[in-house]
Design a protein around this ligand. Sequence first.
Ligand code: GLN
Length: 454
Amino acid sequence: RAHLDRIEDTDGDIHAFLHVNRDALDVAADIDRRRAAGDPLGPLAGVPLAVKDVLVTTDMPSTSGSRILEGYMSPYDATVVARARAAGLVPLGKTNMDEFAMGSSTEHSAYGPTRNPWDLDRIPGGSGGGSAAAVAAFQAPLALGSDTGGSIRQPAHVTGTVGLKPTYGAVSRYGAIALASSLDQVGPVTRTVLDAGLLHDVIGGHDPHDSTSLPDRWPSFAAAAREGASGEVLRGLKVGVIRELGDDGFQAGVSASFRAALATLEAHGAEIVEVSAPHFEYGVAAYYLILPAEASSNLAKFDSVRFGLRVDVAGGTVEDVMAATREAGFGDEVKRRIILGTYALSAGYYDAYYGSAQKVRTLIQRDFAEAFARVDVIATPSAPTTAFRLGEQLDDPMQMYLNDVTTIPANLAGVPGISIPSGLADEDGLPVGIQFLAPAREDARLYRVGAALE
Ligand code: GLN
């Protein structure tokens, strides 16, 4: 009730939600009954959960922020949503996002932007700005996001929340409307590292419905967060700092907050080690070929027949109807990426663009392998600037893409990354995050280190 009231009071300004679950109180009452009947519910039973609209749900529409899916009702729940329900979490609603998760500001939503609770003239990050804003504004204690190039971590950075992108394959993508299938991962957005661990424990683990799901048995991430809380893990921890990521392109307050966090780590016994990752700087370029290539293929299914919107054309052919539907149903950024992707994949250009980008991806994976042979985690600022103003980057796609410079390499390499708050920038008083990256499958390490610094 408190969360529904809070949404009622604040969401007119923030617009974190595309849909609020009117049945939430009934679901909560049902969980009380299950508890009374002795159902072994987990530690999050009864806790409300905001769900990014990229995740399909049977009881609420799933639009992925797009007109082409307006009002779409899924016949099944995403695995992460099904697991959350089974554990007794209460879905509070569906959160706003850039259309099909393309963007860093939530301004590309077909349903209007979300605003940053810290300053309503500023963006909440993207694509999962709705989930991060809901958690930052105390509309929801926990949220689910998806991260293809930073859409969990960058919104966490600009809203002072915690966001974690798991190892690729650690959390099921079944029922997450695909953006780029080789990069997408679902993960938690919360106010504390322990909360993220508790939610990750519920949603993670093998899922036979996702062919890229890892068969691994995972440790408890909540337990890892609790282990880390005393700070003891920092003693002797080797923290890598990437030589090639200088202060260039980073807002002064972001760099200052990063250096202060490194000093805190050192003061608690960590060793800061410079590592080289010479191919990181090509990450954005490679990503913005690989992502549009995969997205153009994934979005081909919105053909006016199988899902969502259909714009009829009197006397038109199937192609005419398809073209009219996609013209009306997709926004500018989605069309831009479909054009980029189909171009990069076309015969004659494939090797020059898509093929080269895949080679860069391999080089970035090697950079990580070499760095992680010397250090336990790598630290970077989570993003180059604090929350920028609405409209500031909307007409400049290149500028918008550069927001992802520190987050993209983890997706390209499949390694896990966490963003935790590291204070406020001196010049504007807005939140800043620090990102930690770990080798694949070492998600628990991020919970330990994150909880220690928190
Ligand atoms: N900003 C990135 C993009 O626009 C992030 C996408 C994501 O992680 N979903 O592609």
